[in-house]
Design a protein around this ligand. Structure first.
Ligand SMILES: Cc1cc2nc3c(=O)[nH]c(=O)nc-3n(C[C@H](O)[C@H](O)[C@H](O)COP(=O)(O)OP(=O)(O)OC[C@H]3O[C@@H](n4cnc5c(N)ncnc54)[C@H](O)[C@@H]3O)c2cc1C
Length: 265
């Protein structure tokens, strides 16, 4: 089975700042690492490879320094790594990002048929959770989000349990398909010494938009359909009022009067 894991380099800190002028993340001065949910995506890919055989490829879209997450992926058990790195991709929104990734996956598929694509549930910077489902839409293949368990792998399909709002459900998806995983799915392993050594010297394939035959009018800040109109840190306001009273009855009466006064009831 050929599995492609999608990993993104994100800031290590949760305290991500946004440039108010451009609406983009301020990356300088922040330490980066593999997006936490992508550790689970990659771990599941490597575990499945160990169970049923095959190969794990990893793709990231990001600037030159994103190479670090690809080397880290090798240390964690991936076999081959690909980077989409092109100025034309800068400032892409989720629609453009998923389009570019789907073109990269198509190119990987041309090299060796892809069965399964695994994404994390979401990132810790932009946090949308769009990318997995959008990749499946671009590629017109099935998708399951919030996957907490791989129940079994069949010859032509995979059976997974996914979280729903009121519990979970078991679904079967024909290959090729996309799943996005939650952190309950596994416990990422510690990087092996052999893996770390290999990571240092592994060649990284870097592709431009042209290399993956992406339509440049779908890419980057000038073409993506969404615009960051304004970004700001919400002002913290504490307007709480403590309702005093001798007993619960008196406090309740004062509370009702206060709600009426402010036209809430
Ligand atoms: C108008 C606009 C402009 C933007 N400009 C910038 C910008 O200049 N710089 C910037 O850093 N961000 C920018 N963003 C944010 C950027 O679009 C998102 O970070 C990106 O599309 C991924 O979305 P997400 O982080 O919400 O991923 P999610 O959908 O939350 O991620 C889910 C999963 O998809 C996979 N995934 C997500 N992103 C990648 C990736 N790049 N490579 C591989 N796998 C991935 C991972 O497996 C991840 O766990 C912009 C957004 C908008 C709307």
């Amino acid at each position: 089975m050929h599995i492609v894991a999608c990993v993104k380099q994100t800031p290590k800190s949760d305290n991500v700042k946004i440039d108010p002028q451009t609406g983009c993340l301020i990356r300088s001065g922040t330490q980066s690492a593999m997006n936490p949910f992508d550790e689970f995506a990659l771990e599941e890919a490597v575990t499945l490879k160990e169970q049923v055989g095959g190969k794990v490829s990893v793709i990231t879209m990001g600037p030159p320094q994103a190479e670090a997450v690809l080397r880290d992926s090798i240390a964690r058990g991936a076999d081959e790594v690909f980077q989409l790195g092109d100025r034309a991709l800068a400032g892409s929104d989720t629609w453009s990002t998923s389009y570019a990734l789907s073109k990269g996956i198509e190119k990987i598929n041309q090299l060796e048929h892809v069965d399964l694509i695994i994404c994390g549930k979401q990132t810790n910077d932009s946090d949308t959770g769009h990318i997995g489902p959008q990749i499946s839409a671009w590629l017109q293949i099935p998708n399951a989000a919030f996957v907490k368990k791989v129940v079994r792998v069949e010859k032509n399909s995979i059976v997974v349990e996914r979280l729903t709002e009121d519990g979970s459900e078991v679904v079967e998806l024909n290959f090729p398909c996309v799943i996005s995983v939650v952190k309950e799915i596994n416990k990422p392993r510690v990087r092996s010494v052999k893996g770390r050594m290999l990571a240092k010297r592994v060649p990284i394939t870097v592709w431009t938009a042209d290399d993956v035959q992406a339509d440049k009018t779908k890419l980057g800040i000038n073409y993506c359909p969404t615009r960051v109109v304004k970004s700001f840190v919400p002002k913290r306001e504490v307007n709480a009022v403590a309702v005093e009273g001798a007993n619960a009855k008196e406090k309740a009466a004062k509370l009702v009067a206060l709600l009426k006064e402010n036209k809430y009831i």
